[in-house]
Write a protein that binds this ligand. Sequence first.
Ligand code: CMC
Length: 465
Amino acid sequence: MKNENQKNTLVSLFRKTKIISIRLYRHKGKISVSKKENLNTAGLNIKNESYGFELKDGTLGPSVIDISSLYGETGQFTYDPGFTSTASCESKITYIDGEKGILLYRGYPIDELAEESNFVETAYLLLSGELPTKEEYQEFELAITHHTMVHEQLIKFYNGFRSDAHPMAIMCGVVGALSAFYHDSTDVNDPHQRMIAGRRLIAKMPTIAAMAFKFSLGQPFVYPNNELDYTANFLNMCFAVPAAKNQISPTIARALDKIFILHADHEQNASTSTVRLASSSGANPFAAIAAGIACLWGPAHGGANEAALNMLMEIGSVDKIPEFIKKAKDKNDPFRLMGFGHRVYKNYDPRAKVMQATCHEVLKELGIVDDPLLQVALELEKIALNDDYFVEKKLYPNIDFYSGITLKAMGFPTTMFTALFALARTVGWVAQWNEMIEDPSQRIGRPRQLYTGYDRRKYSKLDVR
Ligand code: CMC
């Protein structure tokens, strides 16, 4: 115990020394820190005044410059629209190396998880940090597959929507409304309530998404079935009708389960950052996840799978591809090849690799060999991968390029694609939300700005304007 205390004291002394050295580092003119200290600090010179900031190393990936004291010390902010060079938090959940095409959940490569694991186990891993033991898995699976029903009153919400409502519009509304039904799991400071809220969200999301689908079809809602596993239950709620017996293909269920695994988390993307920012104010988890769903909906993010398939349908035939490639390359045309490019992956999207194989498995299972959309997709992929514009800008097919074709083949309309993404990503959102709340350094997220509007001016009355 004494040794442990001594060790802690040494560590904190070392840290203090380092911070003092950073403070000493600030002076007019030349930087005068030792070489060793220089390795741990990043120098910044503003108007001939030098400052040093601590470099923090992660276990993998680039180190970060801790600029949390920048404003206090220098009176300046950093400017980074789109957060291209900004780490917004510390996280142990997901690691991406965009250059090498690596995606790890809690250290495990995505392709191994997609092959060997299942969505429920992957959810446990993302939430807890470790793969479950047999007992832990059984307890978790039971909780997730036996809390799938939603409050009966919530079902009435659906009738308030227009029949042509987009499922994502319904999801935003219904998930946000969960906080009006589950009051016993909205205290974010209580770890038990957080656990219940997280499990509720993961368990009920398939029911909410399937009901949005059924509502759009004008078919009766199908209640969850505890006999089925997570993904088979979702397929059943989507495709079963009271008049006929529903058969679920194990190949299709497994393929969809893989799609859920691939979409479960993706570190600090736009919707996850939205969830973190929304909940940094102490907002309840249902409201925060509804905010994440709203952000995911956009075509540059989760909405890209829907947009990619709509684009393939618009192209329609292989001979039209050059026309669309030309449009995508034209700077004056806002058109982009949907399903191509990624902010982080600049070589290939490791999820797209698994998704491409899954897509072929599904098409084979369903006997779809000559699908014109698939022909367009394959040809487009070939042309884009060899075109200078796409090669130079490192624009590779992303996960959404293949997931759209796969989901369509399974029988989902394009409007459901992003809803399925939201279902899977709920796991990542919940894991990241929990991590944020447990982080002692967590404060309300409050970015600053570079103001370029008017200076102070005097109000003029309407009759003199
Ligand atoms: N088609 C044509 N040109 C493109 C495309 C595209 N899909 N994507 C990027 N570019 C060009 C862009 O015009 C720009 O050119 P220039 O340098 O000459 O101005 C350059 O490539 C860099 O683009 P950017 O918009 O600065 O890159 P970004 O990192 O901000 O955007 C992106 C990433 C995914 C939003 C973008 O590539 C895009 O809009 N892709 C299509 C939408 C899509 O498939 N999104 C799904 C992403 S994967 C799912 C997820 O993780 O959410």
